[in-house]
Design a protein around this ligand. Structure first.
Ligand code: FMN
Length: 150
């Protein structure tokens, strides 16, 4: 069964709401035959990435960059996964207080270095997530999961 790996750093209720919306989309009943695996960024491993067929990445913005936790994840998996995961579909969501530009750029830069392919536009949210923000996250999860059923 194809596997969608969700790697996230979730340090607050607002971030948790986004994660739950992403997971709800990825595990929607109409999407059958996809195994959805969730891993906090500080516990995700290269083996998790190698065993997956697509990745979803979630992070808060932190001083103009992704969270240290997600950066640590990339530091752990970059070289072990570099050859084996080129072309891998991925997506990301970023939560922040005001300006998530640097965090989005940073995730795209490292994922691009790995040769991963953006399968959806990044979802960015600031402050308390609106209904539309949560729907965008749900859609992000659904798009990545549905892409593995083709
Ligand atoms: C040290 C620190 C740095 C932060 N840097 C940024 C930043 O560069 N851009 C931004 O939009 N939000 C920034 N934030 C806000 C966090 O992204 C935000 O607190 C996190 O997404 C959790 O959201 P919440 O506090 O609304 O639940 C920062 C927060 C902290 C504590």
């Amino acid at each position: 069964m194809p596997t969608l790996l969700i790697v996230h750093h979730t340090p607050s209720p607002n971030c948790q709401a986004l994660l739950e919306a992403v997971v709800a989309g990825a595990t929607a009943p109409e999407i059958e035959g996809v195994d959805v695996v969730r891993r906090p960024a500080l516990s995700a491993t290269a083996s998790d990435v190698l065993a997956a067929d697509a990745c979803l990445l979630g992070t808060p913005a932190a001083i103009g960059y992704m969270s240290g936790a997600l950066k640590h994840f990339f530091d752990q998996v970059y070289y072990p996964c570099l050859d084996a995961t080129r072309g891998r579909p991925y997506g990301c969501w970023v939560h922040g207080g005001s300006d998530v530009t640097g965090a989005v750029r940073a995730v795209g830069s490292i994922a691009g270095g790995l040769g991963w392919r953006a399968a959806a536009a990044p979802v960015t949210v600031t402050g308390t997530p609106s209904r539309q923000d949560l729907e965008s996250c749900r859609e992000l999860g659904a798009v990545l999961a549905a892409g593995l059923t083709d």
